[in-house]
Design a protein around this ligand. Structure first.
Ligand SMILES: C[C@@H](N)C(=O)N[C@H](C)C(=O)O
Ligand SMILES: [Zn+2]
Length: 229
């Protein structure tokens, strides 16, 4: 169990609402839908009402700071079946990357790979006391787009299972390019932190507001968003 999962949840009942495409950029086609993730009739581009308000405020702040720049949503709401699909997919990808056949691993190899996956992905847990962050509508995976519409170079892609994903991975680098990656990550963080989000300790792109991880990182005793199926 991760420490944030011990935080009690008192759901405030806010609805999930669609992310307006005319006001916030989204990755399209959606990467997990393209992989065949089982969304059923749900869409990844929904968040809780309070999260949408904060994202819109962050977008306005970004426009004031850097005209023409936009926040781009890579992923938001995730049904638990999709969480399971993506954990299985990431496990198979990681095994392949290591030259292993994911279906014929011994138990020790399986556990070691799973531990790496769970450094980055939450468990697809159906217990209402420990929902995966994205299943609450209180978590988003985001990056920045420059005025041309190109993603800012953050030095590693979203969802990479590697130390390069740690927010401060390039913080102490002397390489000017890597210093730029860090500055881009810091700018993304500053914009979202300024409107109330907290960043995942291992992922430069994952931000939360109102869920258990947020409450734990903010030292708040109760989370206001639980799982929504
Ligand atoms: C790996 C990334 N896409 C992500 O969302 N990670 C968090 C922790 C999650 O699975 O909830
Ligand atoms: Zn995330």
């Amino acid at each position: 169990m991760k420490p944030y999962q011990k935080i009690p949840i008192r759901d405030c009942g806010e609805p999930l609402v669609p992310i307006p495409r005319d006001r916030l950029a989204v990755v399209s086609p959606h990467p997990y839908q393209q992989l065949g993730a089982p969304y059923g009739d749900r869409s990844p581009f929904f968040v809780r009402e309070g999260v949408l308000a904060a994202l819109l405020e962050a977008q306005s702040q970004l426009e004031r700071d850097r005209p023409g720049w936009r926040i781009q949503i890579f992923d938001a709401y995730r049904p638990i079946a999709v969480q399971q699909f993506m954990v299985d997919y990431s496990f198979a990808q990681l095994a392949r990357l290591r030259g292993l056949d994911g279906r014929s691993l011994d138990e020790q190899q399986r556990q070691a790979l799973l531990a790496e996956v769970y450094q980055f992905w939450a468990q697809p847990n159906r217990d209402p006391a420990t929902p995966p962050p994205h299943s609450t509508g209180g978590a988003v995976d985001v990056t920045l787009l420059d005025p041309i519409g190109d993603p800012a170079d953050m030095g590693s892609p979203i969802d990479e299972i590697s130390p390069r994903s740690y927010p401060n991975h390039f913080a102490d680098s002397d390489d000017p390019l890597e210093r730029d990656y860090h500055a881009n990550r810091e700018h993304l963080h500053a914009i979202l932190h300024g409107v109330g989000f907290c960043r995942h300790p291992n992922e430069w792109w994952h931000f939360c507001l109102g869920d258990q991880m947020w409450a734990w990182l903010r030292n708040v005793s109760v989370a206001r968003y639980g799982g929504v199926e």
